[in-house]
Structures are given as C-alpha cells and as structure tokens.
Design a protein around this ligand. Structure first.
Ligand SMILES: Cc1ncc(COP(=O)(O)O)c(C=O)c1O
Length: 282
C-alpha cells in the first residue's frame, strides 16, 4: 500500500510532487511542526500537541492553516488513509509560497502537510528493556528552542554525531557545561542524591509533551523532583539518566560518552515513569 500525504488540501501518494519550489518552508525552513504518537489507532496527547502548534505559530506571527476542528478531521483522515495503528503522525505548517525574499507578507496562506507512518509496536518495549547510549555534543542552536521550528540543522548534525559514534541520541551541552536537551528528546536524571531532575521550560529547550505529562505524573506519584538544570558532570555521576519524546515516550540512558550510568542498565525510575505514562495514555 503506498503511503498517502495530505498536502495543502489534497490527499496524494507520498512520493508524488506536491510542494512548490518557492514554499518558504523549503527555501528558508520558515515553518513549524508537530509529531504525535499513534497507539492502537489513537492520537496521544492531541490537545497538548495542538496547543503547542498554536504557540509555535503565534511566536512566528503565522496564522493557523485552518480551525482546530478542521485540522483534527484532516489528521484523522490521514491516519485512516494510511491505516496506521501504531506509529507517528507528522504535521508541518510552512509560512506559504512567495517569490524568494527574506521578509514576508503577513497575509500569506500557510501550507499544511500531514503524513503518518507505522512504527513496530514492540520497538518501545525493546528500548525500555535495553536502554540507549548517548554522546554529548555542543548545543549550536538559536535562542528560541521553545518554538518547534522545522529549522533543525543543529539537531540533525547532533543526531548524526550520535550515529557516527554508533549510539542512538546526542545530549546537547550549553556554554556553561549544562545539558540542555537531546537532539530530539528532553533530558532527565536521577541525581546522586536520588532527586529526579529536568531542565525547566524556557527558550533554551522544547517543552516536550511527554515531559509535561510526566511532570504531572511525578506530582501524582509524590516523587522528589526539581526542575533545575544539570551539568554533564552531574549526568555522568547520576544514578539514572533518561530521555523523553513522543516517538517512544521514555528512553533509559545506560551510557554517556562511553561511560556507564549507574549500573549501566535501565533504571527503576525510568521504568516507573514509562508505566505511569502508559497508564495515562491507556
Ligand atoms: C529538541 C526536542 N526536544 C524535545 C523533544 C520531545 O518533545 P515531545 O515530548 O513533545 O515529543 C523533541 C521532539 O521532537 C525535540 O525535537
């Protein structure tokens, strides 16, 4: 079955041309995106993703491509046409099409693209069981990482560094030696004193949806936690480290830069939070 994409009003085979050369998303990376997990045919945390999409659009002075109800209808139709039960839905909104020049006309019509693809349901279970390894890289990004912009070159290069090191993720380190976040995940530790920590939401990180859901769970579970930046050194000395993102929810980190974290196996807190997340989404 060929995959179907929704491109600016038309459902069409994914590999057919659809985007115009002067789309500002293509020429300037002038656009925003969202990635929602699909489980058992259901979109997870849909409202939170749509709220964050609105936030990113507003931050860049872009209009919404259509009403929320219409957008939800297109999201569902894309899922249906691709018959995805477990996987991810990708949504991108670019500022629109115009002759190439840096400044923009605020009245441009945004271009919406939606795709969906399956991910084997047991991949997540494997990651929770085995964990992932990470390399540290300098954070080379701009000053508004809270906007989910399609301009992802530093993240792409960070993930490629991970691949070159034969590991799965890169944690980005700011000029002060503090971990900001992963190339496409938020970063967490259980520090040497046993306190769960993740960096507070600010312009320095994307306020991940799994991060938001887990912070609610942590309160409900009565766990000791702090929204406080941590250094690479603290991560290396931590009892546990893990990453979070919608693609897989919780990824236990068992090694950073070739150094074992804790016992060098997935930790209990990561497992507990993964279970808590699953319970919320069930
Ligand atoms: C830079 C970055 N941080 C964090 C995340 C995790 O966000 P979420 O939990 O919304 O998937 C992502 C996900 O794509 C990301 O790209």
């Amino acid at each position: 079955m060929s995959r179907i994409a929704y491109i600016d009003g038309v459902y069409q085979p994914l590999n057919m041309p659809g985007i115009l050369v002067e789309d500002r998303g293509y020429q300037f990376a002038d656009g925003v995106y969202e990635v929602c997990a699909i489980r058992g045919g259901k979109l997870l945390d849909e409202a939170r993703h749509l709220d964050r999409l609105d936030y990113s659009l507003a931050a860049l002075d872009m209009p919404t491509p259509m009403s929320r109800a219409a957008l939800q209808q297109v999201m569902r139709e894309t899922l249906r046409r691709n018959r995805v039960r477990d996987g991810i839905l990708y949504m991108q909104v670019s500022r629109g099409v115009a002759p190439r020049e840096h400044m923009f006309n605020p009245d441009l019509k945004p271009v919406l693209v939606i795709t969906a693809r399956p991910i084997a349901a047991d991949r997540r279970a494997q990651i929770i069981k085995k964990g992932i390894s990470v390399v540290s890289v300098p954070d080379q990004r701009w000053a508004r990482c809270d906007i989910k912009s399609i301009s992802l070159l530093p993240n792409v290069l960070a993930r490629q560094s991970a691949r070159n090191a034969k590991v799965q993720e890169a944690w980005q380190i700011d000029g002060q030696g503090m971990v900001t976040e992963g190339a496409a995940t938020n970063a967490w530790i259980v520090d040497a004193k046993g306190v769960l920590r993740t960096r507070p939401a600010s312009h320095k990180i994307l306020n991940g949806i799994v991060r938001q859901v887990l912070l609610d769970c942590v309160v409900d579970l009565g766990m000791k936690f702090e929204e406080k930046p941590f250094s690479l050194k603290e991560a290396l000395a931590a009892k546990e480290c893990f990453s979070t993102a919608s693609t897989m929810s919780v990824f236990p980190v068992i090694e950073i830069d070739g150094q074992k974290i804790g016992a060098g196996k997935p930790g209990e807190v990561a497992k507990m939070l993964s279970d808590a997340y699953d319970a919320v989404e069930a």
